[in-house]
Design a protein around this ligand. Structure first.
Ligand code: BGC
Length: 755
């Protein structure tokens, strides 16, 4: 079902919204219509500029939040189709609320508004089919009515929602809708996933009071979503205020400093008696809420966990409870940041489609969730937003944020690599070549841009070192041993590895797609980059002049080094890790790979010491201090639970819900449990556990296109046992810790050996 061409874009051109850094009042559109016979079926096709919700005869239609979804609106605007046959009566009233959302409301840390339009607008058709066969389409036109003084007074993605339940619908003063000419000309495309919905419903684990006397609820879990309030004995006009935060401050009050300008506040003005309410046009990232304006006995709160329609397909567990919690935290951060687009964080005035975060996390995501639809939708925007010179904007949908000082048309290493890394991760998990095919030209343009920047102003081998000024890169972003400037100073190393990895991956992809000329060309190019890294950036000796973990991890993981240089780099890395007391020292680019480099090169013991380390900075430090999601900064909380950033100026970068360093999840599946695809889509896969420390058993499962794969190993006394479920149509290579190998096909298989 699609638009039949009967609808016109409508709005209210008398509505002037001049507020800066805020969102407009929601618009309320109304259409009354009567039926002219018995209805066989009825559908609504709808989209909006802004985010909308339909109510037909007083009932919400569908269960999606934030329709039409978030896309690069200048290029694509999704529409939804709803079956409304069962909602219809003889006389009908359709109400559509359209809030500012991402298109018109305030968005990005500069709180700019009206990115895609000056005011909200609606495009909708009601398709009626009568039993007698007659068909009728009612489209939005100037007969529709509109007003801005409905019960939702304010709605802003960052600031929250204000609702006055005392406002009575029949008293609203509607006026005629006006035709609207959109500033943008997006292609209308049907929504291919189910959009954002309520998944889990959480109940608080404790209720108490803050020192200042506010009711304080702890959900025991940091997440993205909204509260649901069940209120009783309310007085007409009684005002309830709910504030949200991820952590408490040192005074025991909500720490809202790290939300920066996001107010994350819900204000609800009650009508008399009992009622239920949850916000519909905003969401927050939070674990704690305070509630003011009502007694505890008159309110019951729940947390609606909101994220896109992504199926959980995998899990990892082992004998160590802290690692299990880490796995949980990784999954919670993923869910919290899969809200329409892959975001960086769900709480502060950001929530942008930062490309680097998903670039490094995509592989872990694909073990845990079916990412295909979600990422294909977003990658369509990435392609649409690709810059004329081939660079990828740092956030997609693009808002052209100018930090680092990237000229508009530059390419940024690792962040832009997403155009290869995300499709590759999905391809590995699903075996579906379509995602490679549809992104291939964009990949080539991106790699071409990177090669161009590397070549610029240099000669000889240096043309294969990507050396544009540090301030144009993110470098070793969030490495715990430095600040912005230090991270960026490492960009020559990170960027050159990115140049290598994207070229060599593109060569593989070209091979898969049967393009042998490209395959050869990118392979040769990448080999030269590898040699240059080794000769120039590792001084031909395998030793960095100024050492940092990522500088060794990356070339080792991507196989760029050989012989004595490789050996020296490995030894240097091991020394650095030991000197650092087995604490992590990597930023976004190195974090996903460090444990692989150690474990795959004879240092599984060092990898495990690092993985199991609870000293800050480490993954389990976050678990030990009570983290329930993955943090942006390794040291967001100190070992005693205090926040070293609390007294610093401004809200800075202290998100407690950033999945990037959760990329270690890939290691849990691929090495601790031992499962990895050998052929895309698991047609051939390997089970080769790397046991370590005092872990006595580990298991994982993932749903491959052929069916579920399950792996479990345990070590009891001196016997190592491994069980593998191999789906029909696949083949599994098993490698036991002794090195003994087997190849098995469909069935449940068990292997044993003496340790
Ligand atoms: C975001 C990151 C992002 C980074 C890049 C931050 O503000 O939260 O996760 O990748 O900026 O600069």
């Amino acid at each position: 079902m699609k638009f039949a061409g009967k609808a016109k874009w409508i709005s209210d051109n008398s509505f002037v919204f001049s507020g800066k850094k805020t969102s407009p009042h929601p618009m309320l559109f109304k259409k009354e219509f009567s039926l002219q016979g018995i209805i066989k079926s009825a559908q609504i096709v709808a989209t909006a500029l802004g985010i909308y919700e339909l109510e037909l005869n007083g009932e919400k239609v569908g269960n999606q939040f934030f329709a039409p979804g978030f896309t690069s609106y200048a290029h694509y605007l999704q529409y939804q189709v709803y079956d409304v046959t069962d909602y219809l009566k003889q006389e009908n009233e359709l109400l559509v609320t359209v809030a500012g959302g991402w298109a018109v409301g305030s968005y990005t840390m500069s709180r700019k508004n009206k990115f895609y339009g000056d005011r909200q607008a609606l495009l909708l058709e009601i398709h009626l089919e009568y039993e007698k066969g007659e068909k009728m389409v009612l489209g939005t036109d100037t007969d529709w009515q509109v007003c801005e003084n409905g019960s939702i007074l304010e709605a802003d993605l960052y600031d929250g929602e204000t609702v006055d339940a005392t406002i009575e619908m029949h008293k609203l003063s509607f006026r005629q809708a006006t035709p609207e000419k959109l500033r943008i000309k997006p292609m209308l495309s049907i929504q291919t996933d189910g959009g954002v919905k309520v998944h889990e419903v959480l109940r608080p684990i404790s209720v108490g009071h803050t020192p200042s006397g506010k009711l304080l609820y702890d959900f025991g879990q940091n997440f993205a979503g909204v509260v649901q309030l069940r209120i009783c004995n309310a007085k007409n006009g009684q005002q309830i205020t709910v504030k949200h935060a991820e952590v408490l401050n040192k005074h025991g009050e909500l720490n809202t400093k790290f939300l920066r300008t996001a107010k994350a506040t819900v204000t609800y003005i009650c009508k008399e008696g009992a009622q239920e309410y949850h916000p519909r046009f905003t969401y927050m990232g939070f674990r704690y809420i305070t509630v003011e304006g009502i007694e505890e006995e008159n309110i019951e709160v729940s947390g609606f966990v909101l994220y896109s329609d992504i199926e959980q397909i995998g899990n990892f567990k082992c004998s160590n409870e802290m690692l299990n919690r880490l796995q949980e935290n990784i999954r919670w951060s993923a869910k919290s940041n899969f809200v329409e687009i892959p975001t960086d964080c769900p709480q502060r005035d950001e929530r942008l489609g930062w490309t680097g975060d998903i670039a490094v996390f995509a592989q872990t995501a694909c073990f845990n969730f079916d990412m295909e639809k979600f990422l294909r939708k977003w990658l369509r925007d990435v392609r649409a937003e690709q810059l004329p010179t081939g660079g990828i904007p740092n956030t997609v949908p693009a808002h052209h944020y100018r930090f680092p000082y990237t000229l508009y048309h530059m390419a940024t290493d690792f962040w832009g690599d997403v155009i290869l890394l995300a499709p590759w991760a999905v391809y590995q998990a699903t075996g579906n070549r379509a995602i490679l095919e549809e992104n291939y030209e964009a990949m080539k343009r991106y790699v071409g841009a990177c090669q161009g920047w590397a070549r610029m102003f240099s000669f000889g081998k240096r043309r294969y070192i990507w050396h544009t000024p540090a301030m144009c890169h993110y470098g070793d972003w969030t490495a715990p041993d430095g600040d912005f400037a230090d991270w960026q100073r490492r960009s020559k190393w990170t960027a050159t590895v990115s140049l290598y990895n994207t070229s060599s991956l593109l060569s593989r992809i070209a091979g898969i797609l049967g393009n042998t000329k490209d395959e050869e060309e990118y392979r040769r190019y990448s080999e030269t980059v590898a040699k240059s890294y080794s000769d120039i950036l590792l001084n031909g000796t395998g030793t960095l002049t100024k050492e940092f973990q990522t500088g060794y991890v990356l070339p080792l993981y991507f196989g760029m080094l050989e012989g004595s240089v490789k050996e020296a780099a490995l030894q240097n890395l091991v020394k650095l890790v030991k000197k650092n007391d087995y604490c992590i020292g990597t930023g976004f680019p190195g974090t996903p790979y460090i444990l692989f480099v150690l474990a795959d090169n004879g240092y599984a013991d060092v990898a495990y010491k690092m993985l199991m380390n609870t000293k800050c900075p480490s993954w389990l430090h976050e678990v030990k201090t009570g983290g329930t999601t993955i943090w942006e900064r390794w040291d967001a909380l100190a070992e005693d639970g205090s926040c070293p950033w609390e007294d610093s100026k401004g809200g800075g970068m202290v998100s407690f819900n950033h999945y990037a360093s959760g990329a270690v999840g890939d290691f849990l599946y691929r090495r601790v449990a031992g499962l990895e695809p050998l052929e895309p889509g698991y047609e051939r896969f390997q089970v080769k556990p790397v046991p370590g420390e005092d872990i006595t058993w580990a298991e994982c499962e993932t749903k491959s296109p052929y069916g579920s794969i399950r792996v479990r190993w345990e070590q009891k006394e001196s016997i190592f046992r491994l069980m593998v479920t191999v789906p029909h149509g696949t083949e599994c290579r098993v490698v036991l810790p002794s090195g003994q190998e087997y190849t098995v096909s469909e069935g449940i298989h068990e292997f044993k050996e003496e340790m």
